[in-house]
Ligand binder design. Structure first.
Ligand SMILES: NC(=O)C1=CN([C@@H]2O[C@H](COP(=O)(O)OP(=O)(O)OC[C@H]3O[C@@H](n4cnc5c(N)ncnc54)[C@H](OP(=O)(O)O)[C@@H]3O)[C@@H](O)[C@H]2O)C=CC1
Ligand SMILES: O=C(O)CCCC(=O)O
Length: 485
């Protein structure tokens, strides 16, 4: 049993219209701890009918929530953020138990999750319109920004809290109401957020959490005309499907999808800094983030030294149950993830790559995998094209800057890229040439509430966080006022 100081944070029912409720059918889904393989509990296996009720509750709650002043909404959202921080130890335990990330990372994610609530509580107060100088005498032109309306969010398992608050924070601050379907693997963080939302005074119907059948709940969220916006983080495959489903009722969509991040190390890079950045960008959350480096492109003059230093550091990473204090690398989310990592390594080795460190399932068994570095990787290998979502660093070799940029851009994805160089002219050239929504230059950590997060190409649509994030939940209305003499 989980050791929580506040046992009220652990809920096994859904939260709809301010009430804790089970599935109409009474059916449940098991939730497992990926580190131990043990069952943590169950959540309701809801479907379209329950999702519809949550959407209708969000619709009913909309007029009074949007009618509140931004300041009134801000007080509640801010209180919610404070509660997350107050309960960060318990929230981290819950998150690690269901997701596997080391406790320190789970605490970090809880603070990160709270930062989106805190930020958008403030940003909601700064939703300004415009007055446009009219081109016709006797007319005035005014632009208002209004909440989109009822929103729906579908979120992934790799960031069980922050991907929710990054959506719900701006939605609520803008005056929208929202229904969330969290990943089936990690519902308890979402339900704990609901507990704290209720304690913070978020009115009933404004924020609901529905667990269960992804296809049925997603079908209702994308088909129901009351929903005006869908916001999704997850795989490109599912994102495309949801976008197509939203076309029927022309909903606004924000999609934060897969990536294939390159990490370029030029000969002129600071080697130690590049290794440090590589560790962060690759092995955060055991390689399971959409901005994790997927391809290391290393210039020939520095290749061998980089490979050796990186492998030395990687070999020292402590793998284990995230609930144990010293763990740096938790398990992968499930056995399918382990198999995908194995497939990528097997394919690379069969085509001429070699293991510098790791390469196998970890001796701990289950979902644990050895942090791995592969050398001699080439563009023909699967790992060059597909997101591995695991602890494998494949090293490609290049000779010229032009070649590095070409390789970096040789993907349908464009979420995040990293590069290390000390040449300021190269920094500008390469930053401008890479096709990506986010670029980390001499750093392996780009995530922060203050900056716009999102991709181009098949990595998505829209931006989250920052002052841009709230725009996704606003519509523009233009007033043309005539007859003014
Ligand atoms: N961009 C990112 O941050 C993420 C990328 N990925 C990538 O996707 C791969 C697969 O991961 P996976 O968890 O399967 O990602 P998915 O895209 O399948 O899952 C993300 C969310 O979408 C839901 N979902 C799945 N299918 C549907 C559907 N038909 N209609 C509505 N909602 C749906 C899931 O629900 P449920 O959990 O119930 O299936 C979950 O809540 C990873 O290996 C990784 O490469 C994964 C997660 C996050
Ligand atoms: O993997 C994701 O879906 C988002 C990455 C989290 C972040 O760095 O903000």
């Amino acid at each position: 049993m989980l050791k929580l100081k506040d046992k009220g944070l652990f809920h096994q029912l859904c939260f709809i219209n301010g009430a804790w409720t089970g599935a109409d059918s009474g059916e449940t889904v098991d939730v497992m701890n990926p580190a131990t393989g043990e069952k943590l509990g169950t959540v309701p296996k809801m479907g379209g009918a329950e999702a519809r009720r949550a959407i209708e509750a969000a619709h009913a709650a909309l007029p009074s929530w949007r009618a509140r002043t931004a300041q009134e909404r801000s007080v509640i959202i801010r209180r919610w953020a404070d509660l997350l921080l107050e309960h960060q130890d318990d929230l981290a335990v819950l998150m690690t138990a269901e997701q596997g990330k080391p406790l320190a990372e789970a605490r970090g994610e809880t603070v990160y999750a709270a930062s989106f609530l805190e930020w958008f509580a403030e940003e909601g107060k700064r939703v300004y319109g415009d007055v446009i100088p009219s081109d016709q005498a006797g007319k005035r032109i005014v632009v208002l920004k209004e909440p989109v309306g009822v929103c729906a969010a579908i979120t992934p398992w790799n960031f069980p809290s922050a991907m929710i608050t990054r959506k719900v924070g701006p939605a609520l601050a803008a005056g929208c109401t929202i229904v969330v379907k969290p990943a089936t693997a990690t519902p308890y963080s979402a339900l704990a957020l609901a507990v704290l939302a209720q304690r913070a005074g978020v009115p009933e119907g404004v924020f609901s959490v529905v667990t269960g059948s992804a296809a049925a709940i997603g079908g209702e969220m994308t088909g129901n005309p009351l929903v005006r916006k869908l916001t999704f983080t997850g795989s490109t495959e599912v994102g495309k499907k949801l976008m197509a489903q939203c076309a029927g009722t022309v909903k606004k969509v924000s999609l934060e999808l897969g990536g294939n991040a390159p990490f370029i190390v030029f000969d002129d890079a600071d080697l130690d800094a590049a290794v440090e950045g590589a560790l962060i960008s690759k092995y955060r959350n055991t390689g399971q983030t959409c901005v994790c480096t997927n391809r290391f492109l290393v210039q020939e003059g520095i290749y061998d030294r980089f490979a050796e230093k990186l492998a030395q550091s990687v070999a020292q990473l402590k793998v284990g149950d995230g609930l144990k204090g010293e763990t740096q690398q938790g398990p992968l989310i499930d056995m399918a993830a382990v198999e995908k990592v194995e497939e990528h390594i097997g394919d690379a080795l069969s085509k001429g790559a070699r293991v510098v460190t790791g390469g196998n399932r970890h001796a701990l068994g289950g979902c644990f995998f050895e942090p791995t570095v592969l050398a001699g990787v080439t563009p023909e290998m699967h790992i060059a094209r597909e997101e591995t979502f695991g602890p494998v660093a494949p090293l490609f070799r290049f000779s010229t800057e032009e070649e590095a940029v070409r390789l970096a851009n040789d993907t349908e994805f464009g979420l995040c890229a990293y590069f290390y160089s000390r040449d300021v002219t190269r920094v500008w050239r390469v930053a401008e040439a890479i096709e990506s929504g986010i670029i980390g230059i001499n750093t392996g950590l780009i995530s922060t509430v203050v900056a716009p997060f999102g991709g181009i190409k098949e990595s998505g649509i829209g931006r989250e966080g920052s002052r841009y994030g709230i725009e996704e939940f606003l519509e523009i209305k233009y007033l043309c006022i005539g007859g003014i003499r």
